[in-house]
Write a protein that binds this ligand. Structure first.
Ligand SMILES: NC(=O)c1ccc[n+]([C@@H]2O[C@H](COP(=O)([O-])OP(=O)(O)OC[C@H]3O[C@@H](n4cnc5c(N)ncnc54)[C@H](O)[C@@H]3O)[C@@H](O)[C@H]2O)c1
Length: 409
């Protein structure tokens, strides 16, 4: 039974607490967070996930657990990892480190995280749940023989959209790393690349060749949305981020030299029910699609009964409406791949190795995100085979992330 310790007790930590209810060989032993640690620990105890305690520091948490998870905001990734490394240096015996997506705000930070993790010699997991979504994994499994006969997929489209994040630090490009491309493009780029990767090849098999991106601020720079954000302490008239991102990535199979294309599209203006994940993959003679809003369940609440609504987000993440015809996903945790990513990480750590997705993989996705920002900034296609471009990406910080988004949005 591995003892899990979470740093962060916010939105995603609560999702993971729910996921752990379906994982048998792990106990949620501790939580450390600036806010909400005791409430999450209490919830976990109620759910019989263990004798969960709230700790006062990373060091105390690290001493008490086997696996430490960084579920805190993007801007504290590097200091958090340094604190974990110091705890390990001081004697904490960790069997695994988990970091939520996106790995980092830029490649220099991602490199620092990878370096620190390597120096600790502790196995890692990069939590990108969409690659573990049962709908995607099952479609690939079902089509594996077809793919063998006909050839691998050549085109994937992957999109995640919702009406905008829940906390001000996500909106602020300097703390989060950018706008929707950094926040949700990391999912869609990773999942799209997975969908065109031949089924028997490793997760990082395909070589990126070209990246071409367009980003824009379409909704949240206009009134009344601009003022709504200002009330939350975020000023898009001075420090904007993109609420729309469209990234086209071209990959090459290093053996067959065949090319495939991924279109990753994301927005924070999905004024429609909840959060939608839309994936489609096309191979020679076959295809599959995933739409996370196609649910067997729905509910209806009339105006007359609307006063009785408790919390519509209990039915669907970012639901935006609380009456009329509403979509209800009975098991979002399983649908989005959270349970599967835990099962993969726990099994890997028990066996002493990295999960399917490790921090090096997270670094690779960060590189593709940086290429997307560079492409938008320069209004040109970024050549990922050019050594000079790769050198530039290593230290590149997008203008949007620097708080200078007005120049490019
Ligand atoms: N996989 C997904 O779909 C998904 C969904 C949501 C968030 N995330 C990722 O999870 C991470 C956290 O997001 P969230 O939505 O839970 O954020 P949040 O703001 O809801 O919660 C953040 C938590 O971290 C704590 N925290 C902040 N700074 C800290 C510090 N210096 N030390 C200790 N604790 C600190 C806060 O008190 C809070 O408990 C982000 O990197 C985000 O990108 C992933």
């Amino acid at each position: 039974m591995l003892k899990i310790g979470m740093i962060g007790a916010g939105f995603v930590a609560r999702f993971h607490e729910r996921a752990l209810r379906s994982v048998r060989s792990a106990e949620l032993a501790g939580v450390y967070a600036l806010k909400g640690a005791e409430a999450l620990a209490q919830l976990a105890r109620q759910d019989r996930l263990g004798d969960t305690k709230a700790y006062d520091s990373v060091a105390d948490l690290a001493r008490a657990v086997d696996v430490i998870c960084v579920f805190a905001p993007n801007f504290v990734r590097v200091p958090m990892m340094r604190e974990i490394a110091a705890a390990v240096e001081a004697g904490a015996r960790l069997k695994g480190i988990i970091i939520e997506k996106p790995l980092a705000r830029n490649l220099a930070e991602a490199d620092a995280l990878v370096r620190i993790a390597q120096s600790m010699h502790v196995p890692t997991a990069y939590f990108e749940n969409q690659i573990h979504m049962p709908a995607v994994v099952q479609a690939r499994t079902q089509l594996a023989q077809v793919e063998k006969a006909m050839g691998p997929a050549h085109l994937a489209r992957s999109a995640e959209e919702h009406g905008g994040p829940h906390e001000p630090w996500f909106w602020d490009p300097t703390t989060q790393g950018g706008g929707v491309c950094c926040d949700m493009g990391c999912h869609s780029i990773a999942c799209g690349m997975y969908m065109v990767t031949p089924s028997e090849r490793p997760i990082n098999y395909l070589k990126p060749v070209r990246v071409n991106a367009t980003m824009a601020l379409l909704k949240w720079g206009k009134e009344p949305w601009l003022s709504q954000l200002k009330k939350r302490g975020v000023d898009y008239s001075t420090t904007p981020a993109e609420d729309y991102s469209s990234v086209a990535l071209e990959f090459e199979d290093p053996q067959t030299k065949q090319h495939s294309i991924v279109q990753a599209t994301n927005s924070w203006m999905y004024d429609a029910p909840g959060l939608r994940l839309l994936m489609e993959t096309f191979g020679p003679g076959y295809s599959y699609t995933v739409n996370s809003l196609e649910s067997p369940a729905g509910i209806f609440i009339s105006d007359a009964a609307a006063a009785a609504v408790l919390d519509s987000e209990l039915a669907l993440e970012k639901s935006q409406a609380s009456r009329g015809a509403l979509i209800l996903q009975p098991d979002e945790i399983a649908l989005y791949g959270y349970i599967a990513e835990w099962l993969d990480a726990i099994q890997a750590f028990e066996q002493g190795h990295d999960a399917l997705l490790n921090l090096e993989y997270g670094r690779f996705i960060t590189m593709l995100i940086m290429a997307a920002y560079l492409s938008h900034e320069r209004r040109k296609v970024v050549d990922m085979t050019d050594p000079q471009t790769l050198t530039e990406l290593a230290t590149y910080v997008p203008l949007i992330q620097q708080g200078k988004g007005k120049q490019v949005l």
